[in-house]
Design a protein around this ligand. Structure first.
Ligand code: HEC
Length: 142
């Protein structure tokens, strides 16, 4: 009898933790996306995590992406609100000029290259941080 009670306690704690991290991470859109994703398949969330980590563990660009709101609208391999980063990488060679242009776009926001949905402006991100993020994005080419 005691054992059963212990098991119940443990599973209650686990589900409480799970719920906490999901809703605690970000704004409501992001939380909604994540919940939707997680109920679709948990493998999917793993893909996203590992997608960020191999080069991401050491890449400052990957850390900045995660620290900003980028992943609310972008995933590495699927279009969400913005284009998949792999598609962005396929479209632009990682030249200094492209990195500059795209970094400015991240800071100022805008639309037109992928459709009519605009990217929000990120005026608080510095030019050098934006460039780090864009360099990382362009390194994600399939
Ligand atoms: C509100 C959703 C949203 C957020 C947040 C967001 N993006 Fe975007 N992003 C978009 C959309 C939509 C586009 C496509 C714009 C277009 O059609 O030109 C886009 C396009 C891009 C492009 C390609 C631009 C081009 O002209 O081809 C890059 C690079 C990019 N985003 C990086 C980022 C980075 C880095 C961040 C975080 C600082 C970020 N995005 C945050 C929605 C978002």
């Amino acid at each position: 009898m005691k054992k059963v009670f212990a098991v119940l306690c443990i599973s209650a704690v686990i589900s409480a933790c799970g719920g906490g991290t999901k809703t605690g991470t970000a704004d409501s859109t992001n939380a909604a996306n994540q919940t939707a994703k997680q109920s679709e398949s948990s493998a999917d969330t793993n893909v996203n995590k590992t997608g960020n980590e191999p080069s991401g563990a050491t890449s400052p660009g990957a850390k900045l992406l995660a620290a900003n709101d980028c992943l609310t609208c972008h995933k590495v391999d699927v279009k969400v609100i913005g284009p998949a980063y792999q598609d962005v990488a396929a479209k632009y060679p990682a030249t200094e000029a492209n990195i500059d242009t795209l970094a400015n776009k991240v800071i100022r926001g805008g639309k037109g290259n992928w459709g009519d949905v605009p990217m929000t402006a990120h005026p608080t991100i510095s030019q050098s941080d934006a460039k780090e993020m864009v360099k990382y994005v362009l390194s994600l080419k399939k």
